[in-house]
Design a protein around this ligand. Structure first.
Ligand code: F6P
Length: 405
């Protein structure tokens, strides 16, 4: 089955390797020499406003492809838009005008809802357009797949930066307590990566709190006090999504007015600030709040080579699957073995993935909800392996953007 003209979009929160998946889609489709390769600007939101580019006018040669793999965040821009049935006709009209044969969307569980809805509607009206999902999210919370592209690099940044924060936190003879806030909304996969800091040359973080376990503020303060009396300086990792047993986010205790996106997700941040202020009062020592914020998802200079390669492979496989006629599917990873690390790719029904959230297995959370098991660390290690040297110009990494190339 011919691939036809293709269109690709990026959606949801960016990662440092989402452009490697874009490169995988672009290069694989281009090499098939079947038609045009369009990129929608700002995902489905932009497409609905007729905003797209011919990607060959922007990515002109193999060097540009290499730069794309080394450029963080979403080259084509992103959106957090939930497609509605009233959008279907407009979307299909635009796709038909462009004579699109295959549609690719690189995103997380919310973005896969777009693939689910459009492939269902396409089937209903007998459209030949194929819709394929390419997985991405630093949150690593997609169902079915072993992990998602973007996660390994964010985990590497968290592990590496925490090692540095721990070294910095131990320099003074007086004690400092640092609370580090890590993204991940309602799944603790990213905060799990705080466990990577521990090794021969590093003590590791003292306490780790994931959203899978309800957060009890009194127990937290008591635990920190006890450890602080014993050890002095501490580094504590908390997920942005930690919440009390009745579902109230800790960050909401600092400020209750929060943005909510079209999928109903509350904007989370401020957890570390709230807890570090609380601890300063309780412990009477210097405390510090550190939010890794967007840095953990755009630190391409510290990306995992494994992640970059897998992100590319996911994009390439989506194109190959569409060329075989598949639609309504998402590329997933299956772990064959951890030591040695062997991963395979397959495609899977989008219905099992769209809008679903996969949480960290509870047996990986130990020490009364404050530590991570060795099994979890074993799962993580291969995902952060390897580096890809950035192209350095004037001492800084070179990127490629839609505007300047
Ligand atoms: O896409 C996942 C994510 O990075 C979450 O970990 C985080 O809560 C959210 O995005 C932040 O979204 P935004 O970039 O829209 O503020």
């Amino acid at each position: 089955m011919a691939l036809g003209n293709i269109i690709v979009g990026q959606s949801g929160g960016p990662t440092s390797v989402i452009n490697s998946s874009l490169a995988g889609v672009f290069k694989t489709a281009l090499d098939m020499k079947e038609g045009k390769v369009y990129g929608m600007l700002n995902g489905i939101d932009g497409l609905l406003h007729h905003q797209y580019i011919d990607m060959t006018e922007r990515i002109k040669n193999d060097l540009d492809v290499e730069l794309l793999k080394r450029t963080p965040s979403s080259f084509l821009g992103s959106c957090r838009r939930k497609v509605k049935p009233e959008d279907y006709e407009d979307i299909f009209k635009i796709l038909n005008e462009l004579e699109i044969g295959s549609f690719f969307y690189i995103g997380g569980n919310d973005s896969m809802d777009t693939i689910k809805q459009l492939s269902e509607y396409g089937n209903k009206i007998g459209s030949p357009i194929r819709f394929m999902g390419v997985p991405k999210t630093i949150d690593n919370d997609l169902a079915v797949t072993d992990h998602t592209p973007g996660y390994g690099s964010a985990a590497k940044y968290i592990g590496a930066t925490l090692k540095e924060v721990i070294r910095d936190g131990l320099v003074y003879s007086h004690a400092t307590v640092s609370v580090v806030e890590i993204m991940g909304r309602d799944a603790g996969w990213l905060t799990l990566a705080a466990s990577l800091a521990k090794g021969e040359d590093c003590e590791g973080v003292d306490l780790i709190y994931l959203p899978e376990v309800p957060f009890d503020i009194d127990k937290f303060v008591a635990k920190v006090k006890e450890l602080h009396e014993k050890k002095g300086s501490l580094v504590i990792a908390v997920s942005e999504g930690i919440h009390t047993a009745d579902g109230k986010y800790i960050c909401e205790m600092a400020a209750s007015d929060r943005m909510v996106d079209s999928f109903g997700h509350v904007a989370l941040s401020g957890t570390a600030t709230y807890l570090s202020n609380l601890l300063a009062g309780e412990l009477g020592c210097k405390t510090r709040a550190i939010e890794f914020s967007t840095m953990q998802r755009c630190a391409n200079h510290l990306a995992s080579l494994t992640d970059i390669n897998e992100a590319y492979a996911a994009g390439a496989m989506a194109v190959e699957a569409a060329a075989k006629g598949e639609t309504g599917k998402v590329v997933i990873f299956k772990r064959v073995s951890t030591e040695p690390y062997i991963m395979t790719t397959e495609t899977y029904d989008v219905n099992a993935i769209a809008n679903e959230v996969k949480n960290v297995p509870l047996e990986w959370i130990i020490n009364d909800g404050t530590g991570i098991s060795d099994e979890a660390v074993k799962y993580l290690r291969p995902l952060i392996a390897g580096e890809l040297q950035p192209v350095m110009v004037n001492g800084l990494p070179r990127h490629i953007t839609v505007k300047d190339c």
